[in-house]
Design a protein around this ligand. Structure first.
Ligand code: DI6
Ligand code: FE
Length: 401
């Protein structure tokens, strides 16, 4: 069905800018944007169905390009411990942290994981999210990583949401490999990753490069295998210390390097040259009460594209609102509201390898957009959470959220 959406303004985000069209009209057909421009220039071709958006601001559907949304249990007990002064690294060393979520996730059935993740994703969707990335990484063996990735696929099938699934098996060392990190990396490369890729469960491969996780040399082995399997890579890098994982990611043309608080200017140069997106995660920065800011100025100076994401996970960022991350990106990281919105639309799409089809309002792209009842686009970063009145359109059809 061809639909005309009118009486609205559009912030198209083409080229990473608001790129505003006042009094805009959008024609969608077959799930794509067929025409977009000032209403005064609307072609006269017949349209069956017209929708009055009552002066709303239309943006691309929001894209949360870094989540760990599928997990068992939660870690509110550790939240209380951290409030008492115990650090994230200390909790991990005591067998808590990621390891405790691994235990809960291994114990959960596929249906249990599906229904808890579904509730979290529905919260994101009510906030205007139409595309989400979901990482595995709380299974840490073949059967349980498979379970998480199958749940991610099922969420994409059953919810009105585009889901990209990332295999993050190199997230932490499972107990059965204690003291044998190289052997676990070998297992990932020889068995786990090839099997899951063969089953069509993996869109990208990620790893956690950090002193309390895996070294750059270990991560590189995973990257080499990912490329052999024809899969793009991403990396958790420079979150707690500087190991130049982001430069390593750039050498492997990573879609993104994420966190980056401790990255150097040289890392930024490498990422700019490779076109690797910097995914910034203010929710984790905030929850861990970090003080070292990601080098936003260096990223800007070298032209690295910046995305923003929730990092939705039970340990460091139990964030259920991507718009709240826009506010934190501005308030904590000093991004502009325009940069923040580009970070959850056009640059987030690039961070998922979806830059040609998603992330901006342009002719030929998928018709995913949100019509917000706001006066200015900056309001998307201004309000602290809550629900803004809006209409969400996915693949040309309005959702009933
Ligand atoms: N960095 C993060 O912020 C999450 N994973 C990672 O590598 C935290 C995961 C957790 O604490 O459960
Ligand atoms: Fe993460």
């Amino acid at each position: 069905m061809r639909t005309l959406w009118q009486h609205c303004h559009a912030a198209t985000m083409a080229g990473g800018r608001y790129a505003i069209i006042e009094d805009a009209a959008i024609i969608t057909a077959a799930g794509r944007i067929e025409w977009l421009g000032p209403r005064a220039e609307l072609p006269s071709s017949a349209v069956a169905h017209s929708v009055d958006l009552a002066g709303a601001w239309v943006t691309p559907g929001l894209i949360d390009c870094h989540t760990h949304a599928v997990f068992g249990g939660n870690r509110s007990g550790e939240f209380e411990q951290r409030l008492q002064g115990v650090s994230y690294a200390q909790i991990a060393a005591q067998g808590g942290g990621i390891a405790s979520t691994v235990r809960a996730t291994r114990a959960a059935s596929e249906d249990q994981l599906f229904s808890s993740a579904r509730q979290r994703l529905e919260a994101l969707m009510r906030d205007g999210v139409t595309t989400v990335e979901i990482k595995s990484g709380y299974g840490l063996d073949l059967a349980n990583e498979r379970k998480i990735l199958r749940v991610a696929r099922r969420l994409g099938d059953e919810l009105a949401l585009t889901v990209r699934a990332t295999c993050l098996a190199a997230h932490a060392l499972p107990p059965e490999y204690a003291g044998r990190a190289d052997a676990f990396i070998e297992h990932i490369c020889q068995q786990l990753l090839p099997a899951l890729a063969d089953e069509g469960l993996v869109d990208a491969v990620d790893a956690f490069c950090e002193h309390l996780a895996f070294s750059p040399a270990q991560v590189e082995k995973v990257f080499i295998k990912a490329h052999e399997l024809g899969l793009p890579v991403k990396l958790h890098a420079e979150q707690l210390s500087s190991l130049h994982g982001s430069s390593l990611a750039a050498r492997y043309q990573a879609l993104s390097a994420d966190h980056l608080e401790f990255m150097t200017e040289q890392d930024a140069v490498a990422m700019a040259q490779a076109g690797t997106v910097a995914v910034l995660l203010p929710g984790a920065f905030y929850c861990l009460r970090e003080t070292q800011l990601p080098p936003i100025d260096a990223l800007r100076r070298h032209g690295v594209k910046m995305a923003l994401a929730s990092d939705l996970n039970p340990g460091t960022s139990p964030g259920l609102s991507l718009r709240l991350m826009l506010n934190m990106g501005c308030t904590l990281f000093r991004m502009t509201p325009e940069e923040a919105l580009a970070g959850v639309t056009v640059h987030a799409a690039t961070a998922l390898g979806l830059g040609d089809s998603h992330g901006s309002l342009e002719v030929g792209k998928v018709a995913d957009f949100v019509a917000w009842q706001i006066e200015r686009p900056a309001e998307l970063a201004y309000w602290l959470g809550g629900e803004l009145p809006k209409r969400v359109v996915r693949m040309g059809h309005e959702l009933n959220l």
